[in-house]
Design a protein around this ligand. Structure first.
Ligand code: GGG
Length: 356
């Protein structure tokens, strides 16, 4: 099969983790005799520095002609300390999502048996947790307009907007995923306060009867945040709006033991993007210490979701499991007192495992 992918490393640790994920992708393509072609593009702070735009047209055109995009991370603190900055790296990520129509961000949260010691939560609570968070990605507060500041700078505003069609699209997709899993869907909102959440509830109640086998529960986001910590095994599929999904999935990473473990797939209209849920960790850039597994597992999602190549995805996941069982781990997931491995050492181990 021919696999034509765009590779956007981005900022901070992005280039290091993407290098590992690309090596893994190449090893899988060699093993399964796929014809891989890939091309690099720029985005984020890197692209602001080079061309003044965090998602330049050339990068967009590259993504549009690719079957899938492997994405690292964007962001740099120098923009946080400069409120007058006209453009921020994260705007590139949002522009990419909007322009590529990536309305659904799929984030699996799965506990690894060998990492239960790393979760700050009790082992008996996190053991067996395996749920999927579906985050709406092109609407809500991150995109609603107006957004800005009053002329005197003393007032700031964001706008949360959702249309019926946007809710139908994402909630229907979530029911379809629930049908393929344990047939339970939790719809997370803040319907006691927000008008957009009340629209989500109204529309979801219209869709639910089309999926009678799926148990539907509605939950306020504050309650969901508590329940995720107290009883993570009670979830199967969660669907929620953009910002709630952003926050809840970072919380989900605590269950697994490290932010460096959570992959994601963003699917939609034109192509699909695969990226770790974590950001660019600029303080660690160039040190070869970042955990590459979230990006490697994102590459596994790419094989499965973009190319329907399930054996290839399974081999990657098996190699990741094997690396952890062999104790070849970066510092964030290493057992206290054991030697930790660098980003590239973990990557090389996984590639060798695939090549065996
Ligand atoms: N790989 C994900 C990434 O770079 N995240 C940085 C970020 O700003 N994320 C905000 C978001 O996902 O909406």
């Amino acid at each position: 099969m021919k696999l034509n992918i765009a590779v956007l490393p981005g900022d901070g640790i992005g280039p290091e983790i993407i290098s590992v994920a690309l090596d893994v992708t190449k090893a899988i393509c060699d093993k399964f005799k796929h014809n891989l072609s890939f091309e690099y593009g720029i985005c984020g702070a890197d692209a602001i520095d080079k061309v003044g735009n965090p998602y330049p047209d050339e990068t967009h055109e590259l993504c549009m002609r690719s079957d899938a995009v492997l994405f690292g991370a964007v962001g740099h603190p120098r923009f946080d300390n400069d409120p007058s900055a006209k453009v921020r790296p994260e705007q590139g990520l949002l522009a990419m999502r909007k322009k590529l129509g990536l309305y659904a961000n799929i984030r699996p949260v799965v506990t690894f048996e060998t990492l239960i010691h790393k979760s700050p939560l009790r082992a008996d609570l996190v053991k067996g947790a395996d749920f999927m968070c579906i985050r709406e990605l092109t609407g809500g507060l991150y995109f609603g307009r107006p957004q800005g500041r009053s002329e005197d700078g003393n007032v700031a505003y964001d706008t949360c907007v959702y249309s019926r069609d946007e809710v139908v699209r994402i909630v229907t997709l979530a029911y379809e995923y629930a049908m393929k899993r344990r047939k339970k869907l939790t719809i997370v909102d803040k319907a006691n306060v927000l008008a957009t959440s009340r629209l989500w509830r109204e529309v979801s109640k219209e869709i639910a009867p089309k999926f009678p086998e799926v148990e539907t529960e509605f939950m306020f986001v504050d309650n969901a945040a508590m329940r995720m910590i107290q009883w993570p095994t009670s979830f199967d599929v969660i669907v929620t709006e953009n910002m709630f999904g952003d926050i809840l999935t970072d919380e989900g990473s605590v269950i697994t033991g490290s932010m460096g473990l959570l992959p994601s797939a963003s699917i939609g209209t034109y192509t699909s993007v695969f990226e770790p849920i974590h950001g660019s960790w600029p303080q660690a850039a160039g040190q070869n210490i970042a955990n590459p597994l979230a990006t490697v597992l994102s590459a596994a999602m790419m094989f499965e979701y973009a190319f329907n190549l399930k054996d290839e995805a399974s081999l990657i996941r098996g190699a990741v499991d094997a690396s952890m069982n062999a104790n070849v781990r970066t510092a964030d997931i290493q057992i206290d007192g054991e030697k930790s491995f660098s980003t590239s050492e973990v990557g090389n181990w996984i590639v060798d495992f695939i090549n065996k």
